[in-house]
Design a protein around this ligand. Sequence first.
Ligand code: PHE
Length: 330
Amino acid sequence: MEELKQKIEDVTNLDTLESVRVEIFGKKGILSAEFAKLKDVPPAEKKDFAKGLNDKKSALTEIFEAKKAELEKEAMNKQLESEKIDVTMYGYENKKGSLHPVMETMDKIIDYFATLNFSVETGPLVEDDFTNFEALNLPKNHPAREMQDTFFFKDGHLLRTHTSPVQIRTMLKQKPPIRMIAPGTVFRRDYDLTHTPMFHQVEGLVVGKKGEVSFANLKFILEDFLHYMFGDVDVRFRPSFFPFTEPSTEVDISCIFCEGEGCRVCSHTGWLEVLGSGVVDPNVFKAVGYEDVSGYAFGLGVERFAMLLHKIPDLRSLFEGDIRLLEQFR
Ligand code: PHE
């Protein structure tokens, strides 16, 4: 009896308790075996023998139930402890989002000019013909309009093909001097490795009294800006044509892939074109009613800058939203 009691007391987990239960209380267990002896006990002693056994059984049952309750409680506490959640704790999977590489590049560009006190101007994406073309010295039927691959609406409005109309809008609502950039979305009918129908530009315009703002100022600031963006590169100005600037220049940097040696990206020229710029054409000032002023303007494609900075070979991948590409820019 004492031995059986001890056996139950010594159990430390529910699994062992179950085998002890079978061993003592089971159909083929110790107690059943003892009850089986009852039939061999002389009739006069049967009553006492049975009582003794029943007392033993209930005493053991009591100890067993107590042990069971104790171990169940223990198991429950253990489970609660292991499944406890601290709702005030930060998750380990704390995934952060990030700026899209185009927006990050745009911010970097804006930072440069904002530091130099340029204001940041915006304009509508749906423009009228006057602001997108006419006022920028691009009269109807001018062949240079062809360069722009415009999306037109039936009523004559259009999706702006560049950020230059923001120059016009700003000059129409402000007096000179002007020192502004206009970052924003633009649209052209074009789609290949280096063109998407929607892309981003940053425009710049500086206007002062006649003679105060010169090509030399333009050259200085763009060289400094390109060194800020690309580090130690060579910068060259190449004569070009834009209807709204005269003279006009395109700006190249020495190829950052081959350092000017010549490679596939720079078409073996050693140079990469990164900017359009020039001295503002007098016809533009006439269109907005400015007199006795001079100025310079420039425009750049943000995607092109992002591609060069991150060495992204296909522009279209910037707009596919593939999480595996974007995750690299965290
Ligand atoms: N608007 C021109 C373009 O989209 C870029 C540019 C802006 C050129 C300002 C000169 C001056 O191609």
